[in-house]
Design a protein around this ligand. Structure first.
Ligand code: COA
Length: 166
């Protein structure tokens, strides 16, 4: 059974992530979408909220598992019998960081694990979670760039918070 991992902060999941999840899910038997609590980033959504959004927007796919972890990705990969880690490349600027991370991870986990890169669809190559939150907070239109369900959660978060979404 081919089990792959797609990990990230997903704060929140965008249509760029979703496109990658749909494509990666066709390449394996099981795709684990791993929400990472990245201590160097101030999160808008809790890990539980991020996981719920991912579950909702991937409910049409039948081989997706959503999980959450902290610590080293390489340890999660080892402990969960993951054979490959998938990453998206949006532009050449992503490459430097990604190759460094892939090579460090290759050192950390055994050689049976591969990092697989998929080119992000050009429709979404310019987006990131932070950019979506910034545009949304300034009342810009982000419909079509994040799933409708995520947009509703962002609107809800804005209603619940004074001072808007951060
Ligand atoms: N479509 C849209 N946006 C995308 C995207 C895509 N296909 N791919 C990446 N992005 C965005 C993300 O939303 C994120 O945006 P943000 O910074 O505005 O939130 C940004 O691009 C960076 O994405 P990414 O590089 O995936 O960062 P991340 O924080 O989401 O994930 C980890 C990086 C979690 C995979 C990495 O830090 C990790 O492995 N951490 C665990 C600790 C560890 O093992 N460290 C050692 C690594 S060698």
């Amino acid at each position: 059974m081919m089990k792959m991992l797609y990990a990230g902060s997903f704060d929140p999941i965008t249509n760029g992530h979703l496109d990658l999840i749909e494509r990666a899910s066709r390449l394996c038997d099981q795709l684990v979408v791993g929400v990472i609590e990245n201590k160097s980033k101030v999160a808008t959504f809790t890990p539980a909220e991020r996981m719920e959004m991912i579950r909702n927007v991937t409910s049409h796919l039948h081989n997706i598992t959503v999980d959450c972890f902290d610590g080293l990705l390489a340890h999660y990969v080892k402990n969960n019998n993951i054979q490959a880690v998938v990453r998206g490349l949006r532009a050449s600027a992503d490459f430097e960081y990604e190759i460094q991370m892939a090579q460090m991870n290759a050192r950390l986990y055994n050689k049976d694990v591969e990092t697989i890169f998929l080119m992000t669809s050009p429709d979404y190559s310019f987006i990131s979670s932070s950019m979506m939150k910034e545009v949304f907070s300034l009342n810009g239109e982000i419909k079509g760039l994040v799933p409708d369900e995520v947009l509703r959660c962002m609107e809800q978060k804005r209603l619940n918070k004074t001072g808007g979404i951060k």
